[in-house]
Every structure is written in structure tokens, then in C-alpha cells.
Design a protein around this ligand. Sequence first.
Ligand code: ZN
Length: 216
Amino acid sequence: MRSIILIAPPAAGKGTQSDMLVEKYGFAHISTGDMLREVAKTDEVIKSKLENGELISDDIVFDLLQKRLISDDCKKGFILDGFPRNVNQAKRYDQIVEELGISSNVVIYLDVDKETALKRIVGRVSCPNCHRVFNDMIEEAMPKVSGKCDDCSSELIRRTDDNSETFGKRYDVYINNTAPLIDYYLEKGILHKVDSGMGKDEIFEVIEGILGGIND
Ligand SMILES: [Zn+2]
């Protein structure tokens, strides 16, 4: 069984890459947030905690995760999305890896520099009529006429609440919070850094190369 931990700052394309991995290799996609929301449908205690915005303890999360990982759909492998969040959780997860006899534990860090991430998020504009997406900060994705849809000439709209400043802060907070986790996995020698400034297919090829080079 193989475990793939995906770590990425905002706008690094984590969702796209994990969808592509699920599609091609049949890995299970595990987000602890989704897992908790699913359990909350039948568990009143977790339901009320989520509704009240209370912190869910690591004990609960790990208990659920451990049960989740022995499901049939995880047999080929699974992608952990947004987990572990910190070094404590990472250490505890290492114990699970050992207990479950997971032979391949890989951490992929999708690296994206701040300027690229900012352009991807803040520059994103879309057509309210035909839903085509453009980006007025990335040359290859700009509309032919500024502010107008190439296909139907409708006025393009910006959906994000992020401006450069709020996005910049969000990105910095992410990088600062994640740095100790990155160091932890670097030291363990299982971190693979992938430059996500490339197109999605090129990024995917690099990830496949990493996974292909590790036996499970
Ligand atoms: Zn349009």
C-alpha cells in the first residue's frame, strides 16, 4: 500500500493533481475535512462540534483516519490532502504508517512562488454568460480584448475576494505554518519538491516519475 501526502500553498494546483492521480491510478483521495463532514451525518457529537466551529481533537481525527485507511478503496494507495498539518500530527501519522505496514510513504510538495500564485488567484476572471475562465495577469490566458469574453463578448467578472494584499498575507501564513513540516519530511528524506510553475500535464509527469521510482 502506498501513502502519498500532498502539501501545497494556495494556487499550486493541488486539487488538479490529486484528481489526475485518482483518475489514472485509482488512489483514494482523503481529506480529513471531508471525512469529518461525512462522519457528522451519522455522529451527533462530531456534528455539533463542526456546527459550533469547535476544534476536533487529534484523537478523533486519527481514530477516523485509521479506520478509513483500512477500507478497500485504499488498497492501491491513497492521497492525504491537507493532512498532516503540523509536526505533531506527522509524527503520529508515522506510527500509523508502521502499524498498517504501509511500504511506501511519499511526501510531494508542490512548490509555487508567491508571484505566480498571486497571478493565478488574483488575475482570475470569468465570463458570467458562458463560464469561460481567463486570467488578466497571465499572458497566455488573457482575453483578446481586456475585460471581455473571447467567445461571447460579455463583461468578465472577478470572483475572488483576494486582492494582492490579502492573498499575499494568506500565502505567507501558509508558508510560515508549513515550514516546520517541510523540514521534518526533508530530514526523513521522503520529501519531493515539485515546481508547480509548469503546466498541469508537465507537473503530473514529474509526479509520476517520483512515484514510478519508488517501489511499493
Ligand atoms: Zn463568454
